[in-house]
Design a binder for this molecule. Sequence first.
Ligand code: FMN
Length: 334
Amino acid sequence: MLTRQTFPAYVAAHRVVMAPMAGVTDPVMRQLAEEQGADLAFCEMVSAKGLSYANERTEDLLEVGPTEREVGVQLFGHDPAVIADMARRVVDLLGDTLAVIDINMGCPARKIQTKGDGSALMKDPDLAARIVEAAARAVAVPVTAKMRRGFYADEETAPELARRLEDAGAWALTVHGRTAQQMYRGAADWGVIARVKQAVSIPVIGNGDVVDGASARAMIEQTGCDAVMIARAAQGNPWVFADVKAALAGAPAPWPPAPLERIACARRHAHLLYEWEPRALVRMRKQASWYCKGLPGASTARGALNRCVTIDDYDRVIDAIEDHLRAIGMEGDR
Ligand SMILES: Cc1cc2nc3c(=O)[nH]c(=O)nc-3n(C[C@H](O)[C@H](O)[C@H](O)COP(=O)(O)O)c2cc1C
């Protein structure tokens, strides 16, 4: 069993992590990421309050796929007692499949932070620390927190908060180098990741603008972070994990996927969603548009995929896209 003392070795062996993404990181997305080398993948964030009401849709977010050995779970909320109770619930539901419980302290979405959840916790370090303390006392699994640079634009509170959370019992911290008010604007400031790393002795996971093997290496070199977490670059692109794994191992970069390989993956993604839960096929809409990015004829393909409703529709449209790619001689181009 892991302890706070042995956790740094676990992180060192799990340096490539897929971030939690609400509406995106379902079991299928996580399976594809792991097939390409992601060491750990997070579920979509889960409302502690929703879980405490035994809300079925909230519990569905904790469903684990048949190929998954372990997952990270992220809770959001602001009541230490509810978070502690729900951390216990998550341990009961997932058992050995649960790798870590993370507390969301970074979500900038209005409907989350105006209720005091997500990034609002960065404005109240005492409460943030009490939440981590309550969760870490409640469960034996690692408890981590994911934060931004600060809440207000140009205000950097992450290093101080990191120290508080380390003292409160956090096992590791993830830092996204933007403030909440910045949302996703501008470039992530990796300097704050380095400053948090200097401020604490627990592992620090760097996040923000890692898009390939080279940027992952650069982040580790520039910040000293122990692992990298990738979000947007994984959308329609599970191969980013193979690229990052190779770069961190000092191995040559794998070939980027050829257009036909990408579209075959989109087909498989649709089938996996359908097999998991026929209703989950609606999630293929945005996935399909991500897979199309950069393909020849992307906008026509995207339009056709957008009109798909059934799995047969997807098969027909993808057959047509493949025929088109072969007709223009793009099947092997990388
Ligand atoms: C669609 C989407 C959903 C997200 N959902 C979550 C979430 O549930 N929890 C969280 O901590 N961060 C969430 N994030 C933020 C990412 O985890 C990550 O911190 C941010 O995108 C920066 O990383 P990137 O540059 O690799 O995308 C989300 C981001 C996106 C784009």
